[in-house]
Design a protein around this ligand. Structure first.
Ligand code: ATR
Length: 271
């Protein structure tokens, strides 16, 4: 039996194990997926487990998507240019870091018919998830992105010809009544907090939250109440997970998965 794991802190909220187990069962794959709550000093031990075959691969989540990189033997070019890893595997006895978050986010935009061009694009947060999303946005041709973060210094490290860095405290002067706002911070995960003042939310905005626990964060709830287009993090979560499976099994396992059925199952788990 193959064994896979989610590594992070916290991991209790994550549906990764439930999702992957559902896929393993539905495709008759002899595999198991577990969640491992970890401290950063435990990352080398986990890498060792993948090296010696006790683990066949792992997903990396908050807050290790960037710090895991220094423990890897190699990182694929796309993950390198993103600067964050959410999927690791062994290849020719080397431990390789990859990124499937950017793909999950791109698929979310595609599935929901969201056209980013000619709209003001705001990204809240500058952590590992934000890096993947910035990469996806640039790949789709977005040329101007306002990056707002609690720690301005962290946002400034991501500043370039397309991205301007700002403090979250300056949101009022930047967010427009028809902006596309993408929350990549962890604010709202298992709490009723919002990363920005709800007074800045308008009905002509598109509100995307990468959080899926809860399915409706405060920011999305308010947006839904006033008639804005809202998208939660479930599509991104499923697509990044299926892309990880393809990397681990070395084939297009994901094409055999019934996406709507899996999504309905996960939604029922979250209600
Ligand atoms: P991930 O890999 O999911 O991106 P991360 O790298 O730990 O996780 O990043 C978390 C993001 O949420 C960061 O942008 C963080 O802001 P800071 O860089 O200032 O730490 C943001 N974040 C977390 N808690 C926050 C809070 N209470 N208010 C505002 N932003 C918060």
């Amino acid at each position: 039996m193959k064994l896979f794991a989610l590594i992070g802190s916290p991991v209790s909220h994550s549906l990764s194990a439930i999702m992957h187990q559902w896929v393993f069962n539905s495709l008759d794959l002899d595999a198991k997926y577990v969640k491992i709550q970890s401290e950063e000093n435990e990352l080398p031990t986990i890498i060792q487990k993948i090296k010696n075959g006790k683990l066949n691969g792992a997903n990396i989540t908050i807050p290790f998507k960037e710090s895991i990189i220094k423990y890897l033997d190699e990182i694929n070019p796309r993950a390198k240019s993103i600067g964050a890893v959410n999927c690791i595997l062994k290849s020719d006895s080397k431990i390789i870091g990859n990124n499937t978050d950017w793909y999950g986010f791109s698929m979310t935009l595609k599935n929901n018919d969201i056209n980013l061009l000619d709209r003001e694009v705001i990204v809240l947060g500058a952590g590992g998830s934000a890096k993947s999303i910035l990469y996806a946005l640039k790949g789709m041709g977005v040329q101007k992105i306002f990056l707002l973060n609690r720690s301005i210094d962290k946002a400034k490290t991501l500043q370039d010809e397309y991205i301007s860095a700002h403090s979250l405290d300056d949101a009022e002067g930047i967010i427009q009544a028809d902006s596309i706002i993408i929350n990549t911070t962890s604010v709202g995960m298992q709490s009723a907090q919002a990363p920005i003042d709800l007074g800045l939310i308008h009905k002509n905005q598109v509100l995307i939250d990468i959080i899926y626990t809860p399915l409706e964060t405060s920011i999305l709830k308010f947006g839904n109440q006033i008639g804005a287009l809202t998208v939660n993090g479930l599509d991104m979560f499923i697509h990044q997970g299926l892309a990880s499976l393809d990397l681990w099994f070395g084939s297009s396992v994901s094409t055999q998965v019934n996406f709507p059925k899996l999504k309905t199952y996960l939604e029922s788990e979250l209600c």
